[in-house]
Write a protein that binds this ligand. Structure first.
Ligand code: RTP
Ligand code: MG
Length: 178
């Protein structure tokens, strides 16, 4: 009788722990094993741009990224060469700001990141805010850390196709130690 009571108590304890884990996961906005299918995560590419790195803002930006539910899956600090920058921003070749953009992005070290969470590509663009910090909403990174249309603190992949290409670009940058 005593044995069956203690087995029963252990079962109750296990069920309570499982239930409370689900509750705390939900309270933190994290995916939980609540009997539902776990949410699929997605990866996106991010970059902290030279003026933000130079100004010592990268720590605050990374903290803010994590506070918004992203996991830093990988990260590296790099100096972009001219060719890398031209290749990376090739969609803008021929636009009036292209040469300035290449000069800017090669002006100092950048921090390249792979971010992971469900809906990472769209959510990261949302957290960044629009290109012009003046048009960005309160709470976006560009509003808080950007200073001009060009010096807007961060980059993010525009869509899942760009994310795929830029994640591959990250791998080449990480292995290519300058
Ligand atoms: P990003 O690619 O860096 O995430 O920025 P974005 O999508 O918001 O903007 P995009 O049109 O792709 O422009 C790339 C970067 O070029 C600089 N820019 N300068 N002076 C200008 O008119 C101008 N326009 C764009 C910015 O650094 C912009 O983020
Ligand atoms: Mg862009």
């Amino acid at each position: 009788m005593k044995n069956s009571t203690s087995i029963f108590s252990i079962l109750i304890l296990m069920a309570t722990l499982a239930f409370s884990n689900d509750i705390s996961a939900q309270a933190n906005g994290l995916p939980c094993a609540c009997g539902k299918k776990p949410l699929a995560t997605e990866k996106t590419f991010a970059m902290i741009k030279p003026e933000a790195v130079k100004a010592g803002k990268s720590g605050d930006i990374i903290r803010y990224i994590e506070l918004n539910g992203f996991t830093i899956q990988d990260m590296t600090k790099k100096n972009f060469g001219k060719q890398d920058a031209e290749q990376f921003y090739k969609e803008h070749k021929g636009k009036p700001f292209f040469n300035d953009l290449v000069t800017y992005v090669t002006s100092g070290p950048v921090i390249l990141l792979i971010l992971e969470k469900e809906n990472a590509v769209a959510d990261w663009r949302k957290l960044m805010g629009p290109t012009d910090p003046k048009k960005s909403e309160v709470g976006t990174i560009r509003k808080m850390f950007g200073t001009s249309m060009q010096e807007n603190a961060v980059h993010g992949s525009a869509n899942p196709e760009d994310a795929k290409n830029e994640l591959a670009f990250f791998s080449t940058q990480k292995t290519n130690v300058a």
